[in-house]
Ligand binder design. Structure first.
Ligand SMILES: Cc1cc2nc3c(=O)[nH]c(=O)nc-3n(C[C@H](O)[C@H](O)[C@H](O)COP(=O)(O)OP(=O)(O)OC[C@H]3O[C@@H](n4cnc5c(N)ncnc54)[C@H](O)[C@@H]3O)c2cc1C
Length: 289
């Protein structure tokens, strides 16, 4: 299939990209790795009149750590996350999650910003940024703003980004000594996307009890989401196998689970409980729980 004709812009700064977005509004689309957008254009499900390729913008990709924070440029590819020793030390969860996206070819071109901005309810990285309580920076011609990961995913293929906004950075706290984190997924055998993916971050206090738990879930509903009932059930508890299993048993509570030809809502509910237990067990083992 051949996409509709489009104009092609290659800004070299974030400001130029923001000016182009302001000029063209919803007639324009940002092009990052193209792994989600180009297939949609070929199917004519997306037909932007202007493509704004952000691949030449210096400073939009890379990983930096400062003051207990890890900042990742939106244009950073999944492969760069996967291969970064610095990220492996500062925030292993992002690295682990990126490393199981698609295959190496997908990871060589796909970007963290593209994955988040696309808002696919079965993508992997949204679960990790929810569990890490990431802050996302969006820039437009009118300035910049920070969006909490919790408020970012608003519906299937929908996010809090405006048509005139470019996602520039993702900032997460560096993993501390008392914390552990893990991402586990049940991958759709054809696409590799998550049928159910769960990211868990737990922090264990000096008394050996869970001080804080954050759980991000993807693949089971219309958006990635936090499992707040599980987080509340874990907090204040010792992270024993029994306590983790009891908390994970609440993972599907209140969720509007997808029900389709591939997996029933009942099966998805089962998966989300099992994968939540596994993710928390792995995170707890790292945190010394
Ligand atoms: C065969 C295949 C297998 C895959 N498997 C998986 C998988 O297992 N798990 C998974 O999570 N993903 C998977 N993906 C998706 C992959 O991770 C893509 O990289 C990702 O979804 C989109 O990233 P991109 O950089 O290619 O974005 P693009 O396709 O370039 O853009 C996607 C959307 O985001 C917008 N956008 C991009 N960057 C920005 C920005 N900085 N600011 C604002 N808007 C922006 C674009 O305008 C577009 O609407 C797979 C893709 C393919 C083709």
């Amino acid at each position: 299939m051949i996409p509709s004709a489009f104009a092609y812009e290659t800004p070299s700064t974030v400001e130029e990209a923001a000016a182009l977005l302001a000029e063209h509004g919803d007639d324009a689309k940002i092009l990052a790795g193209g792994h989600s957008l180009i297939p949609l254009m070929k199917l004519r499900l997306a037909a932007p009149e202007v493509l704004i390729d952000i691949g030449n913008i210096e400073g939009l990709s890379g990983i930096s750590t400062d003051n207990g924070q890890v900042t990742v440029g939106a244009g950073t590819t999944h492969s760069t996350l996967e291969d970064s020793d610095a990220l492996g030390t500062a925030c292993p969860l992002l690295q682990q999650t990126a490393a199981i996206i698609g295959d190496r070819q997908v990871r060589n071109l796909g970007t963290i910003g593209g994955s988040l901005a696309h808002g696919d309810p079965a993508a992997d990285l949204p679960a990790a940024v929810l569990a890490l309580e990431a802050e996302l920076t969006a820039v437009s011609a009118n300035g910049s703003r920070t969006i909490a990961a919790d408020s970012f995913f608003t519906g299937p293929l929908m996010t809090a980004l405006g048509d005139d906004e470019l996602l520039t950075t993702i900032t997460v706290p560096a993993t501390s000594g008392q914390s552990g984190a893990a991402y586990v997924k049940n991958a759709h055998p054809a696409s590799g996307y998550a049928l159910c993916g769960v990211a868990a971050v737990v922090t264990v206090g000096a008394d050996g009890k869970c001080e804080r738990a954050r759980i991000g879930i993807t693949g089971v509903g219309s958006t990635p989401m936090r499992a707040m009932a599980v987080e509340a059930a874990l907090t204040g508890q010792e992270l024993t196998a029994d306590n983790i299993a009891a908390a994970a048993g609440q993972a599907a509570e209140g969720l509007d689970l997808n029900d389709d030809l591939f997996a029933s809502a009942e099966y998805r509910g089962h998966l989300v409980r099992v994968y939540t237990r596994r993710a928390v067990e792995q995170a707890a083992a790292q945190a010394g729980g």
